[in-house]
Write a protein that binds this ligand. Structure first.
Ligand code: UT7
Length: 317
C-alpha cells in the first residue's frame, strides 16, 4: 500500500489562547507552556460535513484518480451530530463517490487503524483505491464553561488516497481497556422502564494519567516496531506523532531518541484535532516538499480507550 494523494481542511474561524482567556480562567502563558498550543480552528459558519468533503475532494484530486475509481471509503470519526447514519454515508455522495464505506471509532488513533484496515482490504482483494477520511469536531463535546479540556482541542479534517504499493511496512496496535481515562457520553432516549433520564456527559479527562500512559505506550509501540524491523531511531526520517501536547511529543522523543527536527508539529496552529491530526500534518509536509521517496517514516497516535497505534513506512509516491 502507498499514499498517492492527501488533502486537509480547517474551519475558517481561528481562535487564539488570548481569545479563550476572555471568557475562561486561563492564559496564553499556561496553555503555551503546558501544551505548545497557540491557536486552534473552530467550526462556526461551516459544519463538519463541509470540511470532510473539502479534505476528501482535495485528496482525490491530488491522487490523479477520478471519484469513480475510488473503491472504498473508510472514515475515522469519534462523534458528530449523527449517531446514525455513519459519516461515510453522509458525505459519500457530496464527495462524488458511489462506492461502499464504513466508519471506525478508535479515538485519536483512528488514522493508523484505518491504514491497517485499508492495507488488509487491499491484500484480501476487496479494494484497490481507498479514500481514508479523518474528520473530527472534538470542540463539540467539551464543556466550554470549564478550562481543563476546551483549551486543548480544535476541529479539522485530513484525507488520504491509498492504492497498491509496498510503502506501508508494518503496524502495531495496543488497547488497554480503561474508560475513565478519557470519555464522552451522549444523551440517550429513556424507556418507560428506566428510572433516570440518561443525560450526556461532556468530555472527562484524567489529564496527568493520560499524559503518562501516552508517553510510555507510544514509545513502547514505536520501539517495538523499530526493533522488529531491524531499525534504530537514526534510520527514521520523520516521526509523525499525534498532536495532543508538545510535551507528550517531547516525552516520547526522549525515550525513542532523535533530534526535535525529526518530530514535526502542527499543534501550535491547530490544537488537538483527534484522528485528523496526523493526516493534516502529512498533507502540509507533502505540500512543503518535506516528504521524499525512500524516507522512512513512523506514525504513532494514542487516545481514549486507552488505545495506541504505530506504523512504519518506506515512502513511495
Ligand atoms: O488526544 C488525547 C487527549 N488528551 C491528552 O492527550 C491530554 C493529556 N494530558 C495533558 O496534556 C496534560 O495533563 C494537560 C495539558 C491536560 C494538563 O497539564 P498538567 O501539567 O498535567 O496540568 P495539571 O492537570 O497538573 O494542572 C495544573 C494546574 C491545576 O491547578 P492547581 O490545582 O495546581 O491549582 C489546574 O486546575 O493548572 C490548572 N489548569 C489550568 N490553568 C489555566 C488546568 N487547566 C487550565 C487552563 N488554564 N486551561
Amino acid at each position: 500500500m502507498k499514499i498517492i494523494g492527501t488533502g486537509s481542511a480547517l474551519p475558517a474561524l481561528r481562535v487564539t489562547n488570548d481569545d479563550l482567556a476572555k471568557f475562561l480562567d486561563t492564559s496564553d502563558e499556561w496553555i503555551t507552556t503546558r501544551t505548545g498550543i497557540q491557536a486552534r480552528h473552530l467550526l462556526s459558519t461551516e459544519d463538519l460535513y463541509d470540511i470532510a468533503v473539502d479534505a476528501s475532494v482535495k485528496a482525490i484530486k491530488a491522487s490523479g484518480l477520478r471519484p469513480d475509481q475510488i473503491d472504498f471509503l473508510l472514515v475515522s470519526n469519534v462523534a458528530n451530530l449523527h449517531v446514525t447514519p455513519g459519516l461515510s454515508a453522509i458525505v459519500q455522495k457530496r464527495i462524488g463517490l458511489t462506492c461502499a464505506g464504513l466508519d471506525i471509532n478508535v479515538a485519536c488513533a483512528g488514522f493508523v487503524n484505518a491504514l491497517m484496515l485499508a492495507d488488509g482490504m487491499m491484500k484480501a482483494g476487496h479494494a484497490k483505491n481507498i479514500l481514508i477520511l479523518c474528520a473530527e469536531e472534538p470542540t463539540k463535546y467539551c464543556d466550554w464553561k470549564e478550562r481543563d479540556c476546551s483549551v486543548l482541542f480544535g476541529d479539522g479534517a485530513g484525507a488520504v488516497v491509498v492504492t497498491e504499493g509496498t510503502a506501508f511496512k508494518d503496524v502495531k496496535l495496543t488497547m488497554i481497556s480503561d474508560r475513565d481515562v478519557l470519555y464522552y457520553e451522549r444523551g440517550m432516549e429513556t424507556t418507560p422502564f428506566e428510572k433516570e433520564y440518561i443525560k450526556g456527559q461532556p468530555l472527562v479527562m484524567k489529564g496527568k494519567e493520560l499524559f503518562r500512559t501516552a508517553v510510555s505506550e507510544s514509545a513502547k509501540d514505536i520501539n517495538a516496531l523499530l526493533k522488529r524491523n531491524g531499525l534504530q531511531h537514526g534510520d527514521i526520517d520523520w516521526f509523525m506523532l499525534h498532536q495532543a501536547n508538545k510535551r507528550i511529543i517531547d516525552g516520547i522523543r526522549h525515550i525513542v531518541g532523535g533530534p526535535d527536527e525529526k518530530y514535526p508539529t502542527v499543534i501550535q496552529k491547530y490544537g488537538n484535532t483527534s484522528s485528523a491530526s496526523i493526516p493534516i500534518m502529512l498533507d502540509e509536509m507533502i505540500a512543503d516538499g518535506k516528504v521524499k521517496a525512500g524516507q522512512k517514516i513512523v506514525m504513532s497516535a494514542f487516545g481514549a480507550g486507552f488505545v495506541s497505534a504505530a506504523c512504519l513506512w518506506e515512502w513511495e509516491f
